[in-house]
Design a protein around this ligand. Structure first.
Ligand code: 3H9
Length: 698
């Protein structure tokens, strides 16, 4: 039977073996059988002197088929196939284009030479799936490029461009013309010569440098287990022979494959892609955007502008004063200058970027923009004024977006006088780095306006998640909950450092108080003052500690102190804060008791899930994956836990509900168990079972 995804085209004495398994030529069981069959046939055919492996479509093989992990194995194993090919006596050459990744790059490493398209890239991103290169990659890369390069590539998962791959010894030639023809010609030059087998190479090993690099990697791992397993494999590659190293790799790969961490990260891989297909927007075309306007050249406005320009869009940026405008322009110019200095871009690219920037103090210059993003001060009166003016001057059909992080898009839309054109695009600071953008759909926003926000977010290389209007939207609404629970735990007996340490050990990038100090405590203080009249007196008020800290002018890192002191350049506990905390407990009549790290993390996680359930019932978003993607990409949630909802499934919905009930006892009004969570526990449902629309009204 002919294999459906692999075929051979005979090119004289060279067999050109072609894989065609769209969209990314992932190594399914059919690809493995096909490759085995065609390589063996080429090896057995007396008229064939060499073989080339190439791929159809947009890329060389981009890795093992992730959707097959966790299912019973079928077909030949990739390792056996590759070892057999490498041991053969006829040269096999890989012709690489697109992204040769993971098992795909491992196929190439087991051939006898690699020719790459100049735009091609190679890499082993398995670590991002909580895995390691499991088909010889951890053994062949160090043998070709050294243990340090092996450790770097396998623990970062970074993509290596053709030129660098050549300089590292990972490929043998960068094609100058037709990739396949050059690979065939290269294969012919190897006929009859001793074959260079990656598995047989050796590189000098600098143990001290490796120890240091490994320590750095493990420090950055933040609870992820794959990096340590990878380091063990790379180390093994430097001591024993290939077979011994391969055995360590196999054992570690199998352990990771069944780990909760890898399951979570594989879920994230598919959820990220799924999340970008908002169910009610499927088939809706975005509006055309060629020119973008940004209002406000502060930190957010400048960050958004950098990101827009980096993706090739011309931007008109407006400020009220020349001075503020100059400051913003300088911030952007400095960012691009730093990119040049770090070798990320060259001067010509930096110049092109500056040329795409049109700074002005003339608000009317926004009249010809297809999309305008407002990033002014977070106050409703100011936003309404800006949108009132914008609604009048912006051209017909222009999309008007607010970068508000809390405020009601519906009110802003009415102020513009054209709510159908108004959406929210909530970016995260620093906006040129952070991947998340919450795209807010007002009750009157036109679908194609919302889809435009999504399309522009994607063009900026971001992850846009569409959601409805509520205070703080998905991300900050859940953040507010976990801040409140943290504050209550501090009043009950924990110190801010206990909470931060527990959350960081749990995998969060930063604990709530470290984040508060970084973001600035004055923003929260102002919000508490502004909305004091709306506060429900029956709800437990947790503002006393933060207010007392702010009253001392301690606004966080920018003032040298906040929850911590930064006087020594490091985050350190300050006895002043300890006193404030103890006084706050006393004032409330609370006898402080020790709070365990387990209680801190389980309470905070359960409270997040509970609030997310309320968000789902209100149909602010319709899928648990939306919540997970927001927390992972904007709030430093550990990717190896998959997100709060995936983690809840792992723990068990009934157990999470039991913790929510304990939190409710401590926290009182506002923390009642969500009816959705109770319904799920009663009906034995997991978040993975909740499809769009299932949670609405529950
Ligand atoms: C591995 O290799 C283990 C070995 O070491 C050991 C073996 C023993 N499998 O991202 P896109 C789908 S682990 C299955 O939107 P792009 C993807 O879901 C693997 N499906 O395109 C999407 O489907 P849909 C190591 C895959 O152009 C569609 O293809 N390799 C796989 O933005 C298009 O994907 C990796 O981790 C896969 N491996 O980016 C590489 N890859 O249309 C993972 C993609 O239904 N892949 N799909 O939503 C990537 O990084 C990107 O997909 C790539 C293309 C850069 C290739």
């Amino acid at each position: 039977m002919t294999n459906p995804v692999v075929r051979t085209e005979q090119k004289g004495d060279v067999a050109l073996i072609i894989v065609n398994n769209p969209p990314v030529n992932a190594i399914s069981s059919a690809v493995r059988s096909g490759l085995k069959e065609h390589v063996e046939r080429a090896m057995a055919d007396p008229a064939t002197k060499a073989a080339v492996i190439a791929c159809e479509g947009r890329t060389f093989v981009a890795g093992a088929d992730i959707s097959e992990f966790g299912k019973p194995p079928s077909g030949p194993s990739l390792q056996d196939l590759l070892n057999g090919m490498e041991a053969g006596d006829k040269p096999v050459v890989a012709a690489l284009h697109g992204t040769a990744l993971g098992g795909g790059f491992e196929i190439a490493l087991a051939t006898h030479a690699r020719v790459i398209d100049p735009k091609g890239m190679v890499g082993v991103p398995e670590v991002k799936l909580g895995l390691l290169p499991g088909a010889g990659g951890t053994q062949r890369i160090p043998r070709l490029a050294g243990a340090l390069v092996g450790l770097d590539l396998c623990t970062s998962g970074r993509f290596v461009k053709a030129k660098e791959a050549l300089s590292l010894g990972l490929v043998d030639k960068v094609a100058e013309g037709d990739l396949r023809e050059e690979a065939i010609a290269y294969a012919r030059t190897l006929v009859g010569k001793p074959l260079r087998r990656s598995a047989e190479q050796q590189q000098p090993f600098d143990k001290a440098a490796f120890d240091k690099a490994e320590a750095d990697v493990l420090k950055k791992a933040r609870g992820a287990i794959a990096p340590a397993k990878i380091a063990e494999c790379i180390r093994a590659s430097t001591v024993g022979d290939f077979k011994q190293g391969e055995a360590v790799e196999r054992k570690n790969f199998m352990e990771l494959l069944v780990s909760d961490q890898s399951k979570a990260m594989r879920y994230v891989f598919f959820a990220e892609r799924e999340a970008q297909k908002t169910p009610h927007l499927v088939g809706v075309e975005p509006r055309k955007v060629e020119k973008v306007g940004v209002i406000g050249a502060g930190t957010m406005g400048a960050g958004i502008t950098i990101s827009l320009i980096n993706s090739g869009m011309p931007v008109t940026i407006v400020e009220t004063s020349q001075e503020a405008l100059d400051r913003g322009v300088k911030r952007m110019a400095d960012t691009w200058a730093r990119d040049v200095k770090l070798g990320r871009i060259n001067q010509a690219v930096a110049d092109q970027r500056m040329a795409l920037l049109k700074p002005t103090t003339d608000f009317n210059s926004l009249a010809d923009c297809d999309l305008v993003i407002e990033a002014v001060f977070e106050e409703m009166a100011i936003k309404k004024d800006v949108f009132g003016r914008l609604g009048k001057i912006a051209k017909k059909g222009a999309v008007l977006a607010s970068n508000t992080s809390y405020l009601d898009i519906n009110q802003i839309g009415e102020a513009a006088g054209r709510p159908e054109d108004v959406i929210g695009m909530h970016f995260f600071s620093p906006a040129n780095i952070m991947r998340l953008v919450e795209v807010i759909e007002g009750s009157k926003s036109a679908k194609d306006a919302v889809q435009t926000g999504v399309a522009i977010g994607k063009r900026m290389g971001k992850l846009p998640i569409v959601m409805g209007v509520c205070d703080g939207f998905v991300g900050n609404r859940i953040l507010a909950t976990w801040r409140q629970v943290s504050d209550m735990l501090v009043e009950e007996g924990a110190m801010p450092k206990d909470v931060d340490d527990a959350m960081e050990a749990w995998g969060m990038a930063m604990g709530p108080y470290a984040v508060g100090d970084l973001a600035g405590l004055d923003i929260g203080m102002r919000r508490r003052k502004e909305f004091a009249h709306l506060r429900d007196p029956e709800k437990r008020d947790t503002g006393a500690i933060a207010d007392a800290i702010c009253a001392l002018g301690r606004y966080g890192q920018k003032t040298g102190s906040g929850y911590y002191t930064y006087a020594s350049g490091k985050r350190e506990v300050d006895p002043v804060v300890t006193q404030i905390v103890e006084k706050a407990s006393k004032d409330k009549g609370i006898t402080r008791k020790p709070v365990s790290a387990d209680k801190i993390t389980s309470y905070i996680h359960a409270a997040m899930v509970n609030e997310a359930c309320k968000i789902l019932s209100e149909n602010i978003v319709s899928r648990p994956i939306d919540v997970d993607m927001v927390k992972l990409n904007g709030y430093g949630f550990p990717v190896w836990r998959g997100g709060p909802m995936f983690e809840a499934d792992r723990i068990g919905v009934d157990k999470v509900l039991a913790t929510v009930k304990e939190v409710h006892k401590m926290a009182g009004k506002g923390f009642e168990p969500a009816s959705l969570l109770e319904w799920m526990a009663a009906n034995n449902k997991k978040f993975a079972d909740i499809k769009p629309g299932d949670a609405k009204g529950k």
